[in-house]
Design a protein around this ligand. Structure first.
Ligand code: XMP
Length: 516
């Protein structure tokens, strides 16, 4: 059975980082809701070798009504199975409170980088310095611990910044070891998972691949499954994993919307049918998309129309092939993000992971517990080429949202050619891996130019080149002028309809990355 550290999510903003750090240390970690966990700890115990449990931070006060308690059932289970427990921030206060300690509001928030003074360098704080910089974010604090606990560290405001049960492996940390600003954060996790939980550290991507192929085989048997393949890393990796499990009984559907980048549909066709022998339905739906997009200028309307046709075509094929299962390329951050509903819509995102559940198919999400960089590692291990494994983000509605105004085959062709030039020059300049995205946008204005001594009245291309960590915020990239010059010269020389190239120097916010 695979070793696992379970992280109970009490709603803290850094919760997912805890699982991330543990996986970085070669131990599998999964985030679970406390209510689910309290009900089904035995179930998890059958699925995983639970080596430790971490209680995350959270927005509550332990003495508030809305706050959660550690159920008797839960405590009995971890005592019986000798499972070490670590509370972080709210989790630290919860353990203290539930075991008879005193938790109080300190009136002001202790927020940001704080110094802790380590009194005892044992257990979780083994090998730390007397003074350590840590990341704090709390207003309640543990003031007193019951007798069977000892205090390991304090700060100027918190008398109990870290504690340990005298006999059992129960620990609490008021600060956040998962946040990068806690300088010894990884050392603390290493102490917990290796010294305290006695993990072997054998979480390998190969195990994940073998395990999920077995699981998929068992679930699908000799029935059929269908997947919408976009050529992005998530759907491609999910497709290959399932293909490894059920072979030709997986029907991969690629819909050529006419809105993809230069040579992309051909390259996807080649990879999945020549390098892998997938049962691929390649649907040329260019005309259908262009017809539906005729006359539409509004960005949201474009997105709606594209999403709708995509789903309709997929439904037609799904009906045709008689599949029982739908494979989705959902990854872990998608699930975290979809839990958070924004107050208003900035853009209606469309991607192939977002097919409706009304198809009446059973859904399988083989990558649902993985982070993006883990998916990339698996993609490589499954033999997918770099162009897919390390592909930069590309929006579901494709080039349609990079043509401002009406989308026609001609306007898409201009932006497609410009995009190819941007890609080639950025690649040649060696900047590709430092950038989040780099692309061209076709503007619906014509301006006067002079080309070959003749007056021209032609289109404008805007260049959008940004750096970002997660796409939520972004900065325009400070690209060398020489690279910008080469891009501009090539676009105006090679694309007859363009006589001007401008560079977008807006961050996100206030702008967004895509122009529509
Ligand atoms: P914005 O333009 O909102 O984009 O700053 C943030 C990131 O999301 C990508 N994007 C999309 N991805 N379907 C997708 O799968 C979409 O409809 C979509 N719209 C934008 C965008 O390229 C950027 O990386």
């Amino acid at each position: 059975m695979i070793e696992c550290i379970l992280v109970l999510d009490f709603g803290g903003q850094y919760c997912h980082l805890i699982a991330r750090r543990i996986r970085e240390l070669a131990v599998y970690s999964e985030i679970v809701q406390p209510s689910v966990m309290f009900e089904d700890l035995e179930g998890y115990g059958k699925k995983y070798n639970i080596k430790g449990i971490i209680l995350s931070g959270g927005p509550y006060s332990v003495y508030e009504n809305g706050s959660q308690r550690l159920s008797n059932n839960f405590m009995r289970y971890i005592v019986e199975h000798k499972i070490p427990l670590l509370g972080i921030c709210y989790g630290h206060q919860l353990i203290a409170y539930c075991d008879g300690g005193k938790v109080k509001s300190i009136g002001k928030k202790e927020y940001g980088i704080t110094k802790i003074f380590v009194k005892k360098h044992n257990g979780i704080l083994k090998g730390l310095n007397k003074e350590e910089k840590v990341w704090m974010s709390h207003s309640d604090t543990v003031m007193e611990m019951p007798e069977d606990y000892e205090i390991l560290a304090h700060t100027d405001n918190s008398p109990v910044a870290a504690f340990k049960h005298k006999e059992r492996e129960i620990y609490g940390l008021q600060f956040h070891p998962e946040v990068i600003h806690t300088e010894s954060g990884m050392k603390i996790f290493r102490n917990f998972i290796y010294d305290i939980c006695k993990c072997k550290g054998n979480w390998r991507m190969e195990d994940f691949i073998d395990g999920s192929i077995k699981e998929i085989k068992k679930k699908i048997g000799d029935k059929k499954a269908i997947i919408a393949l976009s050529g992005g890393v998530d759907s491609s990796t999910a497709a290959i994993l399932v293909y490894r499990a059920i072979g030709k009984n997986l029907i991969a559907v690629f819909i050529d919307t006419g809105l993809m980048r230069k040579n992309e549909p051909e390259s996807i066709k080649r990879i999945f049918t020549k390098e892998f022998d997938l049962n691929l339905r390649f649907i040329d739906a260019k005309n259908r998309f262009f017809k539906a997009l005729k006359g539409i200028e509004d960005p949201e309307e474009k997105r709606r129309v594209i999403g709708e046709i995509f789903i309709r075509i997929f439904e037609e094929i799904a009906g045709d092939v008689n599949a029982d299962f739908l494979i989705q390329g959902t990854i872990y951050p998608d699930r975290i993000e979809s839990g958070i509903k924004s107050a208003f819509t900035i853009k209606t995102h469309h991607n192939v992971g977002g097919l409706p559940t009304t198809l009446g198919l059973k859904i399988i999400e083989p990558l649902r517990d993985l982070y993006k960089d883990e998916v990339r590692i698996i993609a490589k291990k499954l033999g997918l080429p770099d162009e897919i494994a390390y592909r930069h983000p590309f929006p579901g509605p494709g080039l349609a949202i990079r043509v401002i105004g009406e989308v026609t085959p001609e306007s898409v062709e201009i932006v497609r050619e410009a995009d190819a030039i941007v890609k080639e020059e950025i690649k040649n300049s060696g900047l590709e891996n430092e950038l989040w995205q780099f692309f061209a946008v076709l503007l619906p204005i014509k301006t006067v130019g002079v080309q070959g001594d003749i007056r021209t009245y032609r289109n404008t291309i805007a260049l959008r080149i940004v750096q970002s960590v997660d796409g939520m915020t972004a900065n325009f990239a400070r690209i060398p002028y020489d690279t910008l010059e080469r891009i501009s010269t090539r676009i105006t020389n090679e694309i007859p309809y363009v006589n001007r190239v401008v560079y977008d120097i807006t961050h996100k916010p206030p702008a967004t990355i895509e122009w529509e």
